[in-house]
Ligand binder design. Structure first.
Ligand SMILES: [Zn+2]
Length: 337
């Protein structure tokens, strides 16, 4: 028997869940839920590959990567006729113009139902991976219920969403829900390394990721770098008691900016706490500057983090971003003076 793989980082719970299933016990439709960027779609594709792989196995997880079927499934795109993928936000609408499944952003419900009824090309499973699924209207979603009423044999639907509450209850109740947790920091590092980032960049991205690869990638993007630099300049000015003229807080940047401030305060504590415990900085690129700050005492640190936490809650309301950043400025002002 050839060696089987399942190349997915993290997702221990879902792995264990599917590892117990066989081709006889697998359900017709699953809903993968969990925060964006934790690998739901990657898992769905690897599960599809497992189901289509010709290597003999007892359970559904695992593929050899070498059979004729596996050769049609790449890391980023698939040419397997029995694996239909829609990656990126998928709106299933009602528009009735005929379109190929792969060509349009908005798949029609009729297309989907028709595709679902087609026979497998290779005589095995036929699998649909529908990423970030969103049904444009109740009528469109109801069209899918036809599928659930009489599901054709050996068809498996893998839906992913970060907002399961937006699905109609009638649809959701037909799906077996599998929850994906946030990734651990080391797991984000692993994924970023696979994507070609060097160890330093991968660690930085992971530190700012909150367990989401999407977030890590955006943190490593250029816009974000600029925001980080801007917020860091502001932070180092504020803690010295200056009132920086530069404003970074806008509706778009507030949430991310507060996260950056929080990371900097935590790193300051880690690197320069009274207890003298040598910590590890998350914002590795600012560690040298943070090390030059005076020691921060526990009470000041706790107070600052509490205030930032409150500001983050306010940031989700209609309070103006300028006011929120001002509150954080006051809590940090002069703490390193
Ligand atoms: Zn294979």
């Amino acid at each position: 028997m050839s060696k089987l793989h399942f190349d997915v980082v993290g997702a221990e719970g879902p792995k264990q869940f599917f590892a117990r299933l066989t081709t006889e016990t697998i359900a017709h439709a699953y809903l993968f839920t969990g925060p964006p960027g934790v690998g739901k779609k990657t898992f769905a594709r690897r599960l599809a590959q497992s189901l289509l792989c010709e290597a003999p196995k007892d359970h559904v997880i695992g593929y050899d990567g070498t059979c004729a079927s596996c050769k049609l499934i790449g890391k980023e795109e698939t040419r397997h006729p029995d694996l239909l993928e829609s990656i990126g936000a998928l709106k299933i609408g009602e528009a009735d113009e005929p379109m190929a499944f792969h060509e349009a952003d908005a798949t029609t419900s009729r297309d989907l139902v028709r595709q679902l009824s087609l026979q497998s090309y290779s005589g095995g499973f036929r699998i649909f991976v529908l990423g970030d699924v969103d049904f444009a209207s109740p009528a469109a979603a109801n069209a899918l219920l036809k599928f659930f009423e009489e599901p054709p044999p050996r068809v498996v639907l893998l839906l992913t969403t970060a907002t399961p509450s937006r699905l109609l209850a009638t649809i959701r109740s037909r799906l077996v829900e599998v929850r994906f947790p946030s990734l651990r920091q080391a797991e984000v590092v692993e994924v970023l390394r696979e994507k070609g980032y060097d160890q330093k960049q991968a660690q930085l991205g992971a530190a700012l990721s909150q367990g989401s690869v999407t977030r890590a990638l955006s943190a490593l993007s250029e816009d974000e770098e600029q925001l980080r630099d801007q917020v860091a300049r502001w932070f180092f000015g504020v803690v010295k008691g200056e009132t920086p003229e530069e404003v970074w807080a806008s509706r778009e940047t507030l949430d991310e900016g507060l996260e950056i401030v929080k990371t900097l305060v935590r790193d300051w504590i880690a690197l320069r706490s009274e207890s003298g415990a040598a910590g590890i900085a998350l914002a590795v690129d600012y560690a040298p500057k943070l090390k030059k700050l005076p020691k921060i005492d526990a009470a000041t640190a706790t107070n600052a983090l509490t205030k930032i936490g409150e500001a983050q809650k306010l940031a989700r309301t209609n309070v103006s971003p300028a006011l929120v950043s001002e509150l954080v400025r006051m809590s940090l002002s002069g703490t390193a003076a």
